[in-house]
Each structure stands twice: as C-alpha cells, then as structure tokens.
Write a protein that binds this ligand. Structure first.
Ligand code: ADP
Ligand code: AMP
Length: 217
C-alpha cells in the first residue's frame, strides 16, 4: 500500500500517519521528521537545512527528493509506505511519479486532510513534538500523559521553532502557492480522497481507514 497524506501544516497528518502506519504495518515517512532529526544531530544536511526550515520555507526540491528516494529504497518499504509532508511541490510529485513508474509501480491513494484556517493556528501554536521519535501532541486536544514527556519514548516534548505565529502564516502561504496545485494534479490522476480533518483524532482515523479499506486493500 503506497499512500500520500496531504494537507496544510497543522492539519493532523503526522498524528494520523503514526496511527495508520501502526494499523497497516507500513513505514511512516515524514520529510519534516527526517529534517528535524538531521538538525538535532547537527549533521551536514541538518546544518544546511536548519535556517530554511526554522524560517518556515521549503527545503530545496533536489535535496528533499533525494532523501525520499533513498528512504523508500530501504527493505521495509517493500510492503508499501505512508508519505507525510511529501510531495509538497509539483516538481516533487513528478519526481515521485517517475521514480515509481521506473519500478513499474504507482501510488494507491492520496488523502487530503482538510482543516479550515481558523482552526490551524490554534492547533499549531498548541503543538508539542518529540524530537526523538517525532510524536506530535497538543496542549489541549492531545496532551501527553506526563506533562512535558513523550508517551512513546519518554523524551522531552518541545514547541517547534517554526510553530511561532508569523512563521506559521508564512508556511500557510507557501502551502497555498506551492502545495495546493497538487490537489488538481492528483485529482486528475483519480487518486485524491478528501476527508474532514476537523473531526476528533479517532474519527479522522476512521475516515482514512474507510478509504483504505474500500479503495486500496
Ligand atoms: P501536521 O503533521 O499536519 O502538521 P500534526 O499531526 O502535528 O499536523 O497536528 C497538528 C496539531 O494538531 C498537533 O498539536 C496535534 O496534536 C493536533 N491535532 C491533530 N489532529 C487533531 C484533531 N483531529 N483534532 C484536534 N487536534 C488535532
Ligand atoms: P513538516 O514537519 O511536514 O511540517 O515539515 C517541516 C519543515 O520541513 C517544512 O516547513 C519545510 O521547511 C521542511 N520540509 C518538510 N517536507 C518538505 C518537502 N517535501 N519539501 C520541502 N521542504 C520540506
């Protein structure tokens, strides 16, 4: 099963991707998590990407495409994968399509999680993440069991540098300009499914499972 989860920043992609990847035993590949891990480990890629990401801008297409291709080459992706936060530009979508075509393969579904702007800001400013395992929480909607500690791995959860008000607005602008065109792109390929991301976390998961159950398996 090869799935793309799309939606504006803060729509709940990461939250859902973790649940769905556990349910279907497919790896969850979040380009944002990969970049954040590289930044926290001070790798050459992390050092290069940090400034762009902290400012809320997109990393260059060539670097991002390379990271994803390298990741989906790994053995665990033979059963499929769930991409979260990639592709984010038409160039990335075309690269993914041609990479899969080259392997006589294709995506099974693209799921767009829709949440109105009015809710996104509240979600993102209340978001806390674990920089170790990538788990995402919300101070009101999905709090950690022990304050400040990740439920999954026990590491400290923090507010992302790019979740400050002005940076969030910039990221939403970039989403409108660069990522929204992918909706048409995937609609044209009859892969797009739109779900209501304003429901609670369990209900959103159910909507996604309904699509995966009927369309993909
Ligand atoms: P994305 O990966 O799309 O940027 P996240 O999964 O990190 O978004 O979710 C953004 C914030 O919204 C997090 O704080 C998360 O806990 C919270 N959240 C996710 N899904 C829901 C939901 N269905 N209802 C309320 N809050 C949610
Ligand atoms: P995310 O965790 O998906 O919100 O991503 C956090 C940040 O990582 C983004 O604001 C970008 O700076 C960078 N990033 C993640 N995925 C991509 C991508 N597909 N293309 C370019 N930049 C990305």
């Amino acid at each position: 099963m090869k799935i793309v989860l799309m939606g504006p920043p803060g729509a709940g992609k990461g939250t859902q991707a973790k649940l769905i990847s556990n349910m279907y035993s497919i790896p969850h590949i979040s380009t944002g998590d990969i970049f954040r891990k590289q930044i926290s480990q001070n790798t050459p890629l992390g050092i290069k990407a940090k400034e762009t990401i902290d400012k809320g801008q997109l990393a260059p297409d060539d670097i991002t495409i390379h990271i994803v291709e390298e990741r989906i080459e790994l053995e665990d992706c033979k059963v499929g994968f769930l991409l979260d936060g990639f592709p984010r530009t038409v160039v990335q979508a075309l690269a993914l399509e041609s990479y899969l075509q080259h392997k006589s393969d294709k995506l099974d579904a693209v799921i767009l999680v829709e949440v109105p702007r009015s809710e996104i800001l509240e979600r993102m400013t209340g978001r806390r993440v674990c920089l170790n395992c990538g788990a995402s929480y919300h101070i009101h909607f999905n709090p950690t069991k022990v304050e400040g500690k990740c439920d999954v791995c026990g590491n400290q959860v923090v507010q992302r540098v790019d979740d400050q008000d002005e940076t969030v607005k910039r990221r939403l602008r970039i989403y409108d300009e660069q990522t929204q065109p992918l909706i048409r792109f995937y609609e044209g390929k009859k892969l797009l499914h739109i779900i209501d991301g304003t429901l609670n976390i369990k209900e959103v998961s159910k909507s996604i499972c309904d699509i995966l159950g009927s369309e993909v398996i």
